[in-house]
Write a protein that binds this ligand. Structure first.
Ligand code: PMT
Length: 408
């Protein structure tokens, strides 16, 4: 919620690491960029830098107490007012408390009390940064839509060198301003977007199934981004990832269930995005009881599943934008162009899933977005959330373009 004079309200959370002193510079940069900055320091942060320094530079006095001076429940005021919450530096301890849902100080309680986007800038020693627990906590937060400015490699406290140094305050400020810009656009308000996500599971018998490597991360990132940009979002998903805030999730398992869920949902949609990795074939006659090894190697006969994207295109209503995906491993752009023409969708997002850090299960992706008019946009390796935004930019262009055509 912007302040009365229209400035975006930024909660700047500072946790207790030596890099806390750099958050002072970040505070100044954000204020200079026109943000209302409300600093919140953990108790440990105050051991590295004083509240007075932040209070002197920020838009309101720095706060540290859950039971605060300015209101009885400062975490709800801060959480509900925020357009963005930044945590810089985010220590391993803070990431763990945030991931676990703790609310035992003002900063973690504010994080629970907000629906605003959250940006974390971790900083810690290399050994801590590489710990599986820290890696897992950050990955969990990413899956929930939290954005991350990765630490740099460089000089650390105590003279050590390695990964874990807080990113430059200017880099963090730039990422924060980009999020605010995106969030305040709400360019999909009034639109309904239906998105599919995850790999379907096709039963062989009650305990076994055929599936693929899709985690659902790209589809869920699309749902998160579309909701944040103001759309009403329905997510038909076979993934076990949590639904993003404000998104209605329809849980499915098989291609047939996804088909059955997608068609009626798409009738009300302005845009439909098929990010799911739907099985092309399924066992024709799944066994009713567990197939026993002793009875010899089973012969599994496969039959094709319904082409959901094809059926969506066949039933497309006027002005609706339909986006297909393609997971390719060779002759990527040629195969994608042929698939776009064959499927008849408006946009086709192709990822080369043989490239490092691209496609299945990664937190990052790199894609080309091909349009039926022959144009193409490349999105370089970036977070799945950033890729989602670039896809939604194209979807929005198409929606606006078809409205312009209709009004002529
Ligand atoms: O889920 P993640 O781990 O984040 O990984 C993301 C991803 C790699 C799954 C995603 O980026 C992606 O590429 N999704 C599409 C994968 C796929 O199934 O591609 P395809 O080329 O086999 O299918 C082409 C299109 O037809 C897709 O939009 C697919 O949803 C759709 N399809 C496929 C089969 C079928 N029976 N019905 C369909 O609608």
């Amino acid at each position: 919620m912007a302040t009365a004079d229209g400035r975006p309200f930024v909660v700047l959370g500072v946790s207790g690491g030596i890099a806390a002193y750099k958050a002072v510079e970040l505070c100044r940069l954000l204020v200079d960029a026109g943000c209302h900055v409300a600093p919140v320091l953990t108790e440990h942060a105050t051991r590295f830098v004083g509240t007075l320094t932040f209070s002197a530079l920020a838009s309101e006095p720095a706060q540290t107490e859950l039971y605060g001076a300015d209101s009885v429940i400062p975490h709800t005021r801060l959480g509900q007012s925020a357009d963005l919450v930044i945590i810089a530096p985010a220590t391993a301890h803070l990431l763990a408390r945030y991931a676990a849902g703790f609310a035992d100080d003002l900063l973690t309680a504010t994080l629970l009390a907000t629906r605003a986007p959250v940006l974390v800038a971790p900083a810690m020693h290399t050994e801590m940064w590489e710990q599986p627990s820290v890696v897992d906590n950050l990955s969990l937060l990413r899956r929930r839509g939290v954005e991350v400015v990765e630490p740099e490699v460089g000089r650390l406290a105590g003279g050590d060198e390695g990964a874990g140094r807080l990113a430059d305050p200017a880099t963090i400020a730039e990422a924060a301003l980009a999020i605010l810009d995106r969030h305040q656009t709400a360019d999909l308000e009034g639109r309904t977007v239906v998105i599919s996500a995850g790999g379907t599971r096709e039963p062989i018998d009650p305990v076994r199934f055929l599936t693929n490597r899709s985690s659902g991360k790209q589809g869920h990132a699309l749902a998160f981004a579309a909701a944040e940009r103001g759309a009403t979002v329905v997510l038909v998903t076979s993934s076990s990832l949590p639904a993003p805030p404000g998104v209605r999730a329809v849980r499915v398992e098989t291609a047939a269930q996804m088909h059955e869920a997608m068609l009626p949902e798409a009738e009300r949609a302005d845009a439909v995005i098929m990010a799911a990795a739907v099985a092309d074939f399924r066992p024709a006659s799944p066994a009713a009881t567990k197939v026993k090894r002793e009875r010899g190697t089973p012969q599994i006969v496969l039959e094709p599943t319904a082409d959901i994207l094809g059926d969506l295109v066949a039933r497309r209503k006027v002005g609706q934008v339909i986006v297909g995906f393609a997971a390719e491993t060779d002759q990527v752009l040629e195969h994608a162009a042929a698939k776009l023409a064959r499927k008849g969708c408006d946009l086709l997002v192709v990822n080369d899933v043989s490239a490092p850090s691209v496609g299945f299960d990664h937190d990052t992706n790199a894609v080309h977005i091909l349009a039926a008019d022959g144009s193409s946009h490349a999105v370089a390796l970036s977070s799945k959330r950033a890729v989602a935004d670039r896809i939604l930019d194209r979807v929005n262009d198409h929606l606006n373009h078809s409205e312009e055509k209709d009004s002529r």
